[in-house]
Write a protein that binds this ligand. Sequence first.
Ligand code: LLP
Length: 428
Amino acid sequence: MDHFDYQNGTMHAEGVSLEALADAVGTPFYCYSSATLVRHYTVFADALSGLNAEVYFAIKANSNLGVLATLAAQGAGMDIVSIGELKRVMAAGIPASRTVFSGVGKSADELREALAAGIHQINVESIPELKTLSAVAVDMGVTAPIAIRVNPDVDAKTHAKITTGKSENKFGIAWEQAEAVFADAHAMPGLDVVGVAVHIGSQLTDLTPYRDAYTKVRGLVERLRASGIDIRVVDLGGGLGIPYDAETPPRPAEYGVMVKEVMGGLDCRLAFEPGRMIAGNAGLLVSRVVYVKEGLDRNFLILDAAMNDLIRPAMYEAHHTIVPVSEPTSDALEPIDIVGPVCETGDTFARQRMMPKIKAGDLVAFRSAGAYGAVMSSMYNGRDLVPEILVNGDAYAVVADRLGIEEMIKREHIPDWLERPSLKEVAG
Ligand code: LLP
């Protein structure tokens, strides 16, 4: 459930009209709903009640400081994959001690910085990373609390680009090597092996792969304990899917029941790293129609938003529901291609989508854009990074300013050895 709906003929985020926001900040812009973020977090946390569970929001899904602070106020910890993300967490006022550091290629410098900041847990993914972390921790005179991510070789049955738990994927320690690697890590100085971590992919719409992976992990925990390694934490990753279109992902409560069935009685803290499930349907991308172009065999809705703002359709063939901000007055629909202004055909959001009549100047909203939306945007084609707005009841705040071409140009330089005309001469 989300808090975006039509009120008096105009789509609102909670109590705030998207038309009013478009007038205030210009288009395109991202708009997040606090009430929806809080609801999704609460539903997820409630589904795990009684499980000694800790929820770490995977900030790669949405790392806006306002979003992070909103979730932290509900008790969420944070899951990060770079020192840049740790800096975001700390800038949002959240301590490193509430943060798990995941990721397949953490450098020695990143590991050092995370330890110095007092990171809660580091999820290690390879033998070289274990050796690097051990050396860094010894050098700093500290002990690093670690979980080792295993690759259970389970097919999550999601898009190939976001499947992570198959043996051919780059993530985690191969299942067959897991016990030997835990034993090695246990013997390395500077490391405290507290847990086992697993994450098999994103946008999962079926519980079966989860159940298979978690069952394997439980067996591993039992074997490790029998061998004298005191596993206290099992980090079960993220990945729970959301409805973008007609999908029917498991409800958090069903996921919670499955986790209880598989992990019950293990006497472990359980950690979770949801991203999309919390933020995905808590955000919209709002865009204005620049032109309606009538072609020979199809028409095009040309928007001011493009693939640089929301790359998911181009990158994963992802579906985003697109709705007019003004409530349609008729049920009539017609097929139309919805595209952005970037100069490649991949900049197509939807082909032959059935849409109500929309004209140039109208606003449209992309649903389910709160996760992997703004965070994946770029300045391709000389385009801005667009503003982000957080709504809370009748109030709103600009939680990310527009980052424009001037800033982009400022960081670039023409080398001394090139003669160049001044920009003024070019312009003149
Ligand atoms: N934990 C780890 C170790 C991860 O790699 C991920 C996502 C998560 C947690 C959070 O997964 P979630 O709950 O959000 O599914 N850009 C892609 C999704 C990439 C997911 C990467 N890892 C997309 O737009 O679909």
